[in-house]
Write a new protein. Structure first.
Length: 305
């Protein structure tokens, strides 16, 4: 009997299959049928004692229900340990009530998932005031991996100009920008962002003298409306950047927005495969495989004994 296997949503079956091949395990698709009234019927594949669910949680509402239904079926059919691999993790932004009577979605989703899985693995979760991701998921293991090793490897293969400045749009991006710059041996700078709404931001660069005449690698964790990236690019152009290329961990923006990025001065934009998107160019397989290896090793020990 297979001790460890992956079950994936159909939309990301190819990503799950590639990860399974790297780990030397099998993969199955979770079948989702939608009834005319919108309800879902979920059917899982053959069950292994240790089951990894691969499900990026962009456009999350139906996916969350599918995970809940799948875990019920998995447990009832013999799964002893369930690990959710969600390279993009939804509903992390709202970690407090910013206005009276607002729901704190991070708290709700954290408890919901912690009640049905034993471990959660994600990448560059969008955490603000939450210092430790384990506090989001009470009573279970949780890993917030960095995409920067995968991004750095990709950049090393692209003949990066040694004069390049790695730039982040705001103080929250320091953790990613400084890590990537360190791995690439480059200098870095971050902007100061003032947000006026979901699609309106102002960005200034206190260290603008670092930008003039240099290529810029603009790095952000999430791009959804694109407002921050566009404002940042316009500021960098005004500061005299020689060229601007963008790297995004989670590309949530509509593909047609790439025209707006180009008009703002961004020469190219690449993203990781944390969610399926036309800009995907950087695979997270190696990063995820390292985090999952102990599940494979534990399953091998159990099988031998």
């Amino acid at each position: 009997m297979t001790k460890v296997a992956i079950q994936s949503l159909q939309s990301v079956a190819s990503d799950a299959g590639r990860l399974a091949s790297r780990l030397g395990i099998v993969t199955h698709e979770i079948e989702i049928h939608r009834f005319p009234d919108g309800e879902l019927r979920v059917t899982i594949g053959p069950v292994a004692p240790v089951t990894i669910i691969y499900a990026p949680l962009d456009r999350p509402n139906d996916k969350l229900l599918a995970i809940l239904f799948a875990t019920e079926a998995l447990r009832r059919n013999g799964a002893e340990r369930v690990i959710l691999v969600a390279p993009y993790l939804c509903y992390m932004r709202q970690d407090t009530a910013f206005h009276p009577r607002e729901a704190i979605s991070q708290r709700v989703i954290g408890k919901l998932l912690a009640d049905v899985v034993d471990r959660i693995i994600t990448v560059d979760a969008h955490l603000h005031r939450t210092v430790d991701i384990c506090s989001v998921f009470p009573g279970i293991e949780a890993d917030d991996l960095s995409a920067m090793p995968a991004i750095a490897d990709a950049m090393c293969e692209s003949a990066l100009d040694p004069a390049t400045v790695v730039v982040g749009p705001d103080a929250e991006s320091v953790q990613w920008v400084s890590e990537l710059a360190g791995r690439l041996g480059l200098i870095h700078a971050v902007g100061k962002k003032t947000r006026h709404g979901d699609r309106s931001v102002d960005i200034i660069f206190p260290a603008a003298e670092l930008i003039k005449g240099r290529p810029v690698l603009l790095v952000d964790d999430i791009v959804s409306s694109g407002g921050t990236l566009i404002a940042c690019a316009k500021t960098l152009v005004a500061a005299g950047a020689k060229s601007i290329d963008a790297i995004v961990t989670h590309a949530l923006f509509p593909p047609e927005l790439t025209r707006g990025f180009a008009q703002a001065g961004i020469r190219s934009i690449r993203s990781t495969n944390s969610v399926s998107h036309p800009t995907n160019a950087i695979l997270l397989d190696a990063v995820l495989a390292v985090a999952l290896q102990r599940e494979i090793d534990a399953g091998s020990v159990t099988e031998r004994s």
